[in-house]
Design a protein around this ligand. Structure first.
Ligand SMILES: [Zn+2]
Length: 275
């Protein structure tokens, strides 16, 4: 697969980016985000890499080191944002207070900080690939979770709001194994070991395993799931909830207290008890 062509066709077809856009690319140091940063930087000039340091010992530092040396070798501006500086606590600190799945907590915190840090940019690019899309579509169907379907396409599909930076996924039609080939063939540096806090949610892991098994027997099943989904939502109003604002932090949210503030309140309560 020619990854570059697929990415640029996706950008054209879904109108994801324009030459005039100020583009932020969320970069974690993994193969997906490093690859999309590399592909886009060959065509777009106005690109900044955005790295969120979630404060996971050694892992976050190693990831930042990889991103930072790559960006300076390519002349790509890099913005570093530390959870600790913005929120006053790190992912491991939040997880130790509220328990539950580390990846869920981490992604809420990261999403919040990314959206804030990307303000002033026209688009926020993420490294979601075809496998991520097919898994998420199936997971939402299995849970009959229709409200988040709107965010599962190549662009975030959220109603326009000047506090919300539009998210786009140019790797949407590129399978994970093709992204890996691209990264390896182009000798891109990337973090290859998994995050030490990572426990894929058992449900996502289950869906991923089954999908990979299906793909072996029915090649293109992932692509077909995504295509069927896109055909299904085309032209439909997905009853997007009107975006409202969190009563605590004022950030865009679909309920009156955003997911981030739910975590923040628990963490702050527990820190107060300790003191
Ligand atoms: Zn909030």
């Amino acid at each position: 697969m020619n990854v570059e062509s697929v990415v640029f066709e996706t950008i054209d077809k879904y109108n994801l980016l324009s030459e005039a856009d100020k583009i932020a690319v969320a970069v974690s140091g993994g193969k997906d985000s490093m690859s999309i940063l590399h592909v886009l930087s060959s065509k777009y000039n106005n690109i900044t890499a955005l790295f969120v340091d979630v404060g996971i010992e050694t892992f976050s530092d190693e990831s930042f080191e990889i991103v930072s040396s790559f960006c300076s070798s390519q002349g790509i501006p890099l913005k570093l944002v530390r959870l600790k500086d913005v929120l006053g606590f790190t992912t491991p600190e939040a997880v130790s207070v509220i328990g539950g799945k580390p990846c869920t907590t981490c992604s809420v915190l990261k999403r919040y900080v990314l959206n804030k840090s990307a303000r002033g940019f026209d688009k926020l690019v993420t490294g979601h690939n075809l496998d991520d899309a097919a898994e998420s579509i199936l997971m939402n169907i299995f849970k009959a979770n229709m409200s988040s379907l709107a965010s599962l396409g190549p662009s975030s599909g959220i109603m326009h709001d000047n506090k919300f930076v539009s998210r786009v996924k140019p790797l949407y039609f590129v399978p994970e194994k093709e992204v890996l080939h691209y990264a390896v063939n182009h000798k891109l540096p990337f973090v290859s070991h998994p995050c030490p806090l990572r426990g894929d949610s058992p449900f996502r892991y289950y869906v991923k395993q089954r999908l990979n098994a299906l793909e072996k027997d029915f090649p293109n099943v992932k692509r077909n799931i995504v295509n069927a989904f896109l055909k299904f939502i085309k032209g439909k109003s997905l009853n997007l909830k009107k975006l409202s604002y969190c009563k605590y932090c004022g950030e865009p949210s679909s309920s009156d207290i955003c997911n981030f503030c739910k975590i923040r309140l628990q963490v702050e309560r527990s820190l107060k008890n300790v003191r």
